[in-house]
Design a protein around this ligand. Structure first.
Ligand SMILES: [Zn+2]
Length: 121
């Protein structure tokens, strides 16, 4: 899939956040590229990447949430729970492969970064 070319300020920052320049250095979860921002809470290099990331999460969530809820409701036991878990794992593996192929940030890195910044997602 061709990637949209985004004009990113390549100015390097000496530290994750500089009190001297007021800039934070971030890695965009969508394009996995560094960018600098004045906003310490900004996670994405552009609104287009933020929208693409969240739209994909919403689409994936529509499929995964019912499976996860069925699995959790059955406490992991029984045929329905086992099928739901198997389907979740199959889908999660596919999503991880899609992200890897598209050059996106790994989900584990995104989640760990969010926990580090006090975000839940
Ligand atoms: Zn980006």
């Amino acid at each position: 899939m061709p990637r949209e070319v985004i004009d990113i300020d390549p100015t390097p920052c000496p530290a994750p956040y500089s009190r001297y320049t007021g800039q934070a250095k971030r890695i965009c979860p969508e394009c996995n590229q560094p960018f600098a921002t004045q906003n310490r809470k900004r996670l994405f290099c552009s609104d287009a990447h933020k929208l693409a990331f969240h739209n994909r999460c919403a689409a994936r969530g529509k499929v995964l949430i019912p499976l996860a809820m069925a699995w959790r409701t059955k406490r992991g036991g029984g045929g329905t729970a086992k099928k739901a878990l198997a389907e979740m794992c199959r889908l999660l593996d596919r999503y991880a492969a899609e992200d890897r192929e598209a050059g996106r940030m790994r989900a584990v890195d995104y989640v760990e970064r969010g926990f580090g910044q006090g975000h839940r997602n």
